[in-house]
Design a protein around this ligand. Structure first.
Ligand code: UDP
Length: 360
């Protein structure tokens, strides 16, 4: 496995800029850790990596989207909601985490347009509740799952971290406001924070035993693979008149294994005394919808019928990161994020578990 963590006690070198050495071994952060949203797609992957590395880790999840079976049996799962401050206090009192990885959120752009208040309540209010509980419990470090949707429509590509953050969806807005909540906590009581702005999280556990299972599914890669499985007739390509090389939208897909690796690196730096980190997490290479479909045909051996459809509201034509800052700061080098590898791992999961976790 490309980014398997090193045994506890390893001490990765830092670069002259104070960041981690590029492509160096994955550091193992100190526990105990609390992972919110740890039963979800990206969160559960980070939990499995941490657990394998021997870090004491507990999960808080309301199981609205997450899956109990995505977690190793030995990892304690606290079912609870970010909107229940008493439950948060209780869980933090029990786990006594040194650091928190905060993945829990509502994360559908389309739904956020329909239900903006709900998105504000959960993503901003929920983060505020969690940070308040963290303050009372003496938590020192906090890694937050943010998103490239906080930037809005890119003025130019690739997108660097100093690009203005002007989100165009309530989802992006709530993630930006949550970043603000963390900056307040950093200024007011010294919480050390990392805002990791994901591009398109994709792939699956390299074992094939875990992967993406959203209900309903809206993401391109699982939908394309559902066509290959015969669960859907065709894939609709939203927009073929975008200003990109083939008219379809271009995105920067990043493997969950690489995302997990970036979280361990960010947390290690915070635990070493770094105060604030903001990094884009993507590969720096974009793939169009058409390219995803074509590569999926090669990987699965299925014809995957595809049809052009009208543009989806709120979709920027292209979203691709400038990866230099993440490389310099985290020493992060995506290792499993080629489109072929992402689709290969996702296909191993979807084809062996066509009903996902089967929990409905
Ligand atoms: N997309 C598509 N057909 C689908 C689902 C998605 O053409 O059925 C496109 C979508 O317009 C976007 C890209 O695929 O350009 C990735 O979409 P996804 O929902 O996976 O992630 P997003 O970029 O919206 O976070």
């Amino acid at each position: 496995m490309g980014s398997a963590p090193q045994p506890s006690g390893s001490s990765p070198e830092t670069s002259p800029s104070g960041g981690l050495q590029t492509g160096g071994p994955t550091p193992v952060p100190a526990g105990p850790l609390l992972v919110t949203g740890g039963a979800g797609f990206v969160g559960s992957h980070a939990v499995r990596v941490l657990h394998r590395a021997g870090v004491p880790v507990a999960v808080l999840d309301n199981l609205s989207e997450g899956h109990r079976h995505a977690l190793p049996r030995e990892v304690p799962l606290f079912v609870g909601d970010l909107l229940d401050p008493e439950r948060l206090d209780e869980v933090l009192e029990t786990v006594r985490p040194r650091s928190i990885l905060h993945f829990a959120a509502l994360c559908y752009v389309g739904d956020s347009v329909k239900e903006p208040e709900r998105y504000h309540r959960v993503n901003v209010g929920g983060t505020r509740n969690l940070v308040e509980a963290a303050r009372k419990a003496g938590v020192q470090e906090f890694v937050f799952s943010s998103t490239c949707a906080t930037y809005g429509v890119p003025e130019a590509l690739p997108l660097a971290e100093d690009h203005p953050q002007r989100p165009i969806s309530p989802y992006g807005e709530t993630k930006l406001l949550a970043e603000g909540v963390l900056h307040e906590a950093a200024a007011e009581w010294g919480l050390r924070i990392a805002c990791l702005r994901y591009f398109n999280a994709a792939g699956a556990d390299p074992s094939g035993a875990h992967g993406e299972d959203h209900r309903p599914e809206t993401h391109l890669i699982p939908l394309v693979l559902q066509v290959a499985l015969g669960q859907r007739e065709r894939i609709l390509m939203f927009g073929d008149d975008h200003p990109t090389r083939d008219g379809t939208c271009e995105r920067d897909y990043v493997h969950v294994e690489d995302l997990a690796d970036a979280h361990l690196r960010a947390l290690h730096l915070l635990q070493g005394g770094v105060g604030r980190i903001a990094c884009n997490l993507g590969t720096g290479t974009g793939h169009t919808v058409r390219e995803v479909v074509e590569t999926a045909r090669l990987v699965t051996g299925h014809a995957i019928p595809a049809e052009a459809a009208p543009r989806r509201e709120g979709d920027p034509a292209g979203l691709v990161t400038d990866g230099r800052h993440a490389r310099a700061t985290l020493g992060w080098e995506p290792r499993r994020s080629s489109l072929e590898q992402i689709l290969g791992d996702a296909w191993a999961w979807h084809s062996s578990r066509p009903d996902g976790y089967g929990e409905g």
